[in-house]
Design a protein around this ligand. Structure first.
Ligand SMILES: NC(=O)c1ccc[n+]([C@@H]2O[C@H](COP(=O)([O-])OP(=O)(O)OC[C@H]3O[C@@H](n4cnc5c(N)ncnc54)[C@H](O)[C@@H]3O)[C@@H](O)[C@H]2O)c1
Length: 256
C-alpha cells in the first residue's frame, strides 16, 4: 500500500469529479494529502464529492467548481478561479469528464458524434492546454497531467464509434503533450480502464456486461477506486520516469 502522504501539497484538478472514476480519484488523492478541486458540469454531484473528502493534513483544502470541459471560456474561468483561490495553478490534473452516446455506425447522427468528441477529446485538449499554460506562466518546475482514456480506444467496440474515436484521440493527444511538455517537467499519461462499475456502465445492458465479464481474465468488473489507485501513482513521484504512457486497468481484458 502506498504512503498516505505521497500527494501532500499537490493541488489537483479533477474534471468529472462528481461521479464514478472522477469521484474515486478525488477521494484517493485527498486521502493521500492532496488538495482537490472537484470540477464537474453537475454542481450537485461536485458538492456531494466535496462533502466526502478527507482533509486531515495541515494546509489541505478542497473546493468544488462548475465547468463544462467542452467550453474554452468555462475552462479558463475554472483555472483562473483556482489561481485566485489557492494563489497557484494545479500541479496535477486528472481529465476524467466523459460521456457516451452509443449507436451503430450505420445509425449514428452527426450531433452524437460531435458531442462525444467535444467532451471526451476536445475537452481533454482544452483542459490540458489551460493547465500547462498556467504552470508555465507561474514558472512551476513540475506537473502531472493524467487523462482517462479507455481500452475501447485501442480495440474498438460495437456501438461506440464516436466514443472509441474520442478515446483513441486522447492517447495521441497525451503522447504529443508528453513530448512537448517534458522539457518543462510536466509529465502526461493516460489510464485505459476496461469495464468499471460506475453510472456510465449502469446504462450498458446486463447481458452485454455478463458477456464482458466472461472475457475478463480477473473475472469481474473493476471498481472506480482501482482506477484511482493508478492515477495516484501517475500523479506521484513514484512515476517520475513515466511519461507518454497508457496504463491499462482492465483486469486483463484485451491484453496484448
Ligand atoms: N466506467 C467505465 O467502464 C469506463 C471505462 C473506460 C473509460 N471510462 C472513462 O472514465 C471517465 C469517467 O467515467 P465514469 O465511468 O466515471 O462516468 P460517470 O458518468 O460516472 O462520470 C462522468 C462525469 O463527467 C461529468 N461530465 C460529463 N460531461 C461533462 C462536461 N461537459 N464537463 C464537465 N464534466 C462533465 C459528469 O457530470 C459525471 O460526473 C470517462 O472519461 C469515461 O469515458 C469509463
Amino acid at each position: 500500500m502506498a504512503s498516505s502522504t505521497r500527494l501532500i501539497s499537490r493541488l489537483t484538478l479533477v474534471t468529472g469529479g462528481g461521479s464514478g472514476i472522477g469521484r474515486a480519484v478525488c477521494q484517493r488523492f485527498a486521502s493521500e494529502g492532496a488538495s482537490v478541486v472537484v470540477a464537474d458540469i453537475s454542481e450537485e454531484s461536485a458538492q456531494d464529492t466535496l462533502a466526502s473528502l478527507q482533509s486531515e493534513q495541515r494546509g489541505q483544502a478542497h473546493m468544488w467548481a462548475a465547468v463544462d470541459v467542452s467550453s474554452k471560456d468555462s475552462i479558463q474561468k475554472l483555472v483562473s478561479g483556482i489561481q485566485t483561490h489557492y494563489f497557484q495553478p494545479p500541479s496535477v490534473c486528472v481529465n476524467a469528464a466523459g460521456i457516451t452516446q452509443d449507436d451503430f455506425l450505420l445509425n449514428m447522427e452527426e450531433e452524437q458524434f460531435d458531442r462525444v468528441i467535444q467532451i471526451n477529446l476536445k475537452g481533454s485538449f482544452l483542459v490540458t492546454q489551460a493547465v500547462a499554460q498556467a504552470l508555465l506562466a507561474c514558472g512551476a518546475s513540475k506537473g502531472s497531467i493524467i487523462t482517462v482514456g479507455s481500452i475501447v480506444g485501442k480495440v474498438g467496440n460495437i456501438g461506440q464509434i464516436n466514443y472509441a474515436a474520442s478515446k483513441a484521440g486522447v492517447q495521441g493527444l497525451t503522447r504529443t503533450a508528453a513530448k512537448e511538455l517534458s522539457r518543462f517537467g510536466i509529465r502526461c499519461n493516460c489510464v485505459l480502464p476496461g469495464f468499471i462499475t460506475t453510472p456510465m456502465t449502469d446504462k450498458v445492458p446486463e447481458k452485454v456486461l455478463s458477456k464482458m465479464k466472461t472475457l475478463v481474465p480477473l473475472g469481474r468488473m473493476g471498481e472506480p477506486a482501482e482506477v484511482a489507485d493508478v492515477c495516484a501513482f501517475l500523479a506521484s513521484d513514484d512515476s517520475r520516469y513515466v511519461t507518454g504512457a497508457s496504463i491499462e486497468v482492465t483486469g486483463g481484458l484485451f491484453m496484448g
